[in-house]
Design a protein around this ligand. Sequence first.
Ligand code: ATP
Length: 296
Amino acid sequence: MIMDSILFIINPIAGNGRAKSLISIIKSTMEENKKKYDISITHAPKEAIKIAKEGISKGHKIIVAVGGDGTINEVATGIMRGGKGILGIIPGGTGNDLARTLKIPENPREALRLILIGNSKKIDTCFVNNNLFLNIASIGLDSEVIKNIWEIRSRINGRISYVIGFIRTLLSYKYKILEIEIDNMHLNEEVILAAIGNGKYYGGGMKICPSAIIEDGYFNVCVIRRINIVKLFLVFPSIFWGEHIKFRKYVNIYKGKEIKIKGLERLWLNIDGELKEIGEEASFTINNKGLNVVCE
Ligand SMILES: Nc1ncnc2c1ncn2[C@@H]1O[C@H](COP(=O)(O)OP(=O)(O)OP(=O)(O)O)[C@@H](O)[C@H]1O
């Protein structure tokens, strides 16, 4: 029965090849445990959506994303389009931020153990203008950093591109004037960034929405207002520990179900780690417990 067979979808470029290197561990663990499985390797962005949806229609119950947040997002999209199924995760990306929120172990054997046990829980699913996200969508400084890194990477590769991208963004960053609507509350702010979180972490462990709960049906919205560059260098590193919320003069956390953000120009959003141009208005909705995910 294909229902008993677990489908693993591997993104070969995730984590600079880390996900691909996990194939042998997956095979040996499944064989040792006499479990049926299939492995599918993606060849291009978005292909995981199609593979996951087909996997559901063929009867796979558990579909495992082997990669980072981008791969998980695509596999989840495919599962949801298939109308049923359970998402499994083996962290194989660079940041693995959603896995961090869900407390899925980084160690692939441990993550596989959870998949073999097969316990699951329902988590919230979020949309921004029809784009699914499970973790965080944000506007502002962080999206600009990603955009700058892309540009720099066409000339310089490796870790140094991140450092240059980050510093270049900080030095040249223009604040965004945003109209933010959280349920019935209206804000008109000059912001460094606004992050709309279902999960807590992004950017490889930055705890931007420390009080977000992934199954409570609410968004946590972190707004960091305009501050001078010296204070920015103080506030920004504190995000790694979720300590930025102490800077109440500049940082506010809100909770809500329906969020709307309007900008003066077209908005670039960082959606589960992928950059996307979204238009002048972004509209966020959340479905309580919309997706089944393998967990502890
Ligand atoms: N064969 C492929 N070739 C090129 N890109 C691919 C391929 N398969 C998937 N992708 C794309 O790779 C992108 C990055 O994947 P993913 O986010 O999982 O890895 P990562 O960036 O290393 O991890 P993280 O998001 O956790 O930091 C995804 O947007 C996906 O569309």
